[in-house]
Ligand binder design. Structure first.
Ligand code: FHN
Length: 424
């Protein structure tokens, strides 16, 4: 079996993925936790099952949008906490093929994204608010957590685990090579071997030896000797870890920050608090500058359409990526510390200066005197000259610094102007 380093090579090269949260919750359109927040019973939620028919669902269009945005892989919810399966599971009737949709939405997703050259990942919720044998009363977030009807209910959690493991087996058997399985999430005593995680991982590795697994089954991926189920990558959420992710031996741990475009993972009709393309680009650069990936989320609506606001952001990010993707793909942290004017990413002897602040005069590169073989504006390949300005010796550290002048008072790209430096 490949080492984690071998398995994650493509992941660290690709850097940028699309997260997709989609399911019945797109109909109430108040986010994917609507059942928990509003204490909706299965009966309250049933009308959404009875009407689910995403007539606009076109995963090929989704894949094209992701590809145009510069995203190299995708992770789609096969089942979220509400227990609704987008795939044709033989272990439940609570699935898309039994709704008016009458489609295996996962099969179509896999075919479409593969046809556009993207890698495919499955999100799978180990939490299940629909299954009879999942804990309810007193649970941290189950919709029926404080419903007296369920106090003292007798369940057989092993029946749930048999179901959960069985569905993971279906997902990793019936849809060809899967590149990522993204479990979500462990909490309180519901972690690790409570999920029979070792047995689950052994089954996964027997079916898909090279698949990447996130760290949300439990355990400690940063430990000296992580548990077998601690995962291949760490999964910070709605944050870019200030120092990146290192283990107890101070070694880099692969990580991927998952970020929403507005404030919801699942479709929320009234959530218009979208991030700007500039914020998304800066978040992606921030992740890569700290050896991380970014998984950027969209929440399609009940008809199967990705919201226009999300598509507009993806399109704008894609324009920047087409001009500057070399500063993202296969890049990581630089040997240099963060500069005053922006960020560095690096790939071998290519250093990428992400200039956010134009400042006045030339851009100063601490520590690079005599080390720059060639400087180019990455977006158009135009030459930039390394030159020490007049009087510099009187006011700055030119013993080891270098200066590169940018034409004009404004940045060529106000979101992020990237200078490619080939180092000697
Ligand atoms: O509860 C889920 C949430 O709905 C969403 O899926 C995020 C995405 O990472 N994960 C959990 C919250 O941590």
């Amino acid at each position: 079996m490949k080492s984690r380093e071998e398995r994650t090579k493509w992941f660290l090269d690709d850097r940028f993925g699309l997260f997709i949260h989609w399911g019945l919750y797109a109909i109430p359109a108040r986010g994917e936790w609507v059942r928990s927040r509003e204490r909706l019973s299965i009966e309250d939620y049933q009308p959404f099952f009875d009407e689910f028919n995403p007539i606009h669902y076109d995963p090929r269009a989704w894949a094209k949008a992701a590809k145009a945005a510069g995203q190299k892989y995708a992770v789609l919810t096969t089942k979220h906490h509400d227990g609704f399966c987008l795939f044709d599971s033989k272990l439940t009737d609570y699935k898309a093929t039994n709704t008016p949709a009458k489609r295996d939405l996962i099969e179509e997703y896999v075919e479409a994204f593969r046809s556009e050259g993207l890698k495919v990942g499955f999100y799978y919720s180990i939490i299940d608010w629909h299954h009879d044998h999942y804990p309810k009363y007193g649970d941290r977030q189950h919709p029926m957590r404080d419903n007296e009807h369920y106090r003292g209910e007798k369940i057989d959690f092993n029946q749930y685990l048999e179901y959960m493991h069985g569905q993971v087996r279906e997902l990793l058997t019936n849809y060809g090579k899967i590149d990522v399985i993204w479990f979500d999430f462990s909490y309180d005593e519901m972690t690790g071997e409570k999920w029979k995680a070792t047995e689950l991982i052994e089954m996964i590795r027997s079916l898909q030896p090279d698949i990447l697994i996130d760290n949300r089954l439990g355990g400690n991926i940063m430990a000296n000797e992580p548990e077998i189920y601690a995962g291949d990558f760490y999964s910070p959420e709605q944050i870019v870890p200030p120092q990146g992710i290192l283990n107890e031996k101070n070694e880099q741990v692969p990580w991927e920050a998952c970020i929403t475009l507005n404030d919801n993972w699942g479709y929320a009709a009234h959530d218009n608090n979208y991030k700007s393309p500039k914020q998304v680009i800066h978040a992606l650069v921030e992740c890569v500058s700290k050896n991380g990936n970014m998984l950027l989320n969209v929440g399609p609506n009940a008809k199967g359409d990705i919201p226009e606001e999300s598509l507009d952001i993806l399109e704008a990010v894609g324009k920047w990526m087409r001009q500057n993707g070399e500063s993202i793909y296969g890049c990581g942290a630089s040997f240099l510390s963060k500069p005053e004017w922006g960020r560095y990413t690096q790939k071998g002897n290519y250093l990428y200066a992400h200039v956010y602040d134009r400042g006045i005069g030339p851009i100063y590169f601490q520590g690079l005197k005599g080390k720059i073989k060639r400087a180019r504006l990455l977006a158009d390949g135009s030459e930039l000259k390394v030159q020490t300005p007049w009087m510099a010796e009187q006011y700055s550290d030119i013993a080891n610094g270098a200066f590169i002048d940018l034409p004009g008072a404004e940045l060529p790209d106000e979101w992020d102007t990237v200078i490619e430096l080939e180092l000697l």
